[in-house]
Write a protein that binds this ligand. Structure first.
Ligand code: ADP
Ligand code: MG
Length: 253
């Protein structure tokens, strides 16, 4: 399974909340080794699309396939085990646990029955391996000096980076990031872009929701645009930048 091949395929994915169509028969692909952005105004259905992909919400209609296998209708745990890791729009770290412990839990989630069961079964060698892997990911995001601090004591931008480290500790093939650059300072955004660039070079695939257009345009291979749940455009950044429907959705023309 090589670079450029379709890894994640949404086919007419639909989500209704009662009468509200949050995701309206949306189709797109993420290929191996590609960074794809999902953009659109607030309420466009971006986070809901992430929830459909990761099994957090059930599709009303349509399918999600991963590496040729239908994953829609399974569970978040099964989907994570396939190699899909995500971060949430709102940080979900345990604020009282250290940065290292938070990331080590991520390293644990892939392929295990659950956090509690995993902790009970953990022997010392497993634990050492896990902590080493977590420490490696924390170094990678440049927060080594904060490893032993409670996660809640870090700045918001740093907590977002810790969430990414936790997702990476799951050793994913596909990384889903919901607004990863929100609240980051300029130098942190640059560091994040560099990290995502390196992950892509290693063959990882990334799907991200992001409002910072400078960030999105400079980094991504492909952009999918949602508006009121409907895909209104997709293509390379250069084409999306000047796409009439996109300009209208953003500028309210
Ligand atoms: P985005 O991430 O693009 O800002 P969302 O996917 O969060 O948009 O939301 C899309 C639409 O679906 C919004 O109108 C939102 O209010 C609605 N929505 C999202 N989650 C739920 C839910 N659990 N129940 C009802 N409506 C929801
Ligand atoms: Mg959202």
């Amino acid at each position: 399974t090589g670079r450029g091949e379709a890894l994640l395929v949404l086919d007419q994915a639909r989500k209704q909340f009662g009468g509200l169509v949050a995701v309206n028969d949306v189709s797109f692909k993420v290929r191996r080794g590609e960074i794809v952005a999902l953009i659109g105004p607030n309420g466009a259905g971006k986070s809901t699309t992430f929830n459909l992909i990761t099994g957090v919400a059930a599709l009303t209609a349509g399918t999600v396939r991963y590496d040729g296998v239908e994953i829609s209708g399974t569970s978040p745990r099964v989907i994570a085990r396939h190699g899909v890791a995500r971060t949430f729009q709102h940080v979900k770290l345990n604020p009282d646990m250290t940065v290292l412990e938070n990331v080590a839990l991520g390293a644990h989630l892939r392929g295990r029955a659950g956090i509690l069961a995993a902790m009970l079964r953990l022997d010392r060698r497993d634990e050492a391996r896990l902590l080493a892997e977590a420490a490696h990911q924390i170094e990678r995001i440049g927060l080594a000096e904060h490893m032993m601090k409670p996660a809640g004591s870090l700045a918001l931008g740093q907590q977002r980076m810790v969430e990414i480290a936790r997702a990476l500790a799951m050793d994913p093939e596909l990384l889903l990031l919901d607004e990863p650059a929100a609240g980051l300072r300029h130098f942190e955004k640059t560091a994040l872009a560099d990290l995502l660039d390196r992950l892509r070079a290693e063959g990882m695939s990334v799907l991200l929701v992001e409002h910072d257009m400078g960030f999105v345009m400079g980094l991504t291979d492909h952009i999918v645009v949602l508006d009121f749940g409907t895909k209104i455009a997709e293509g390379p950044p250069e084409a999306i930048k000047t796409h009439p429907a996109v300009l209208e959705a953003y500028l309210g023309g």
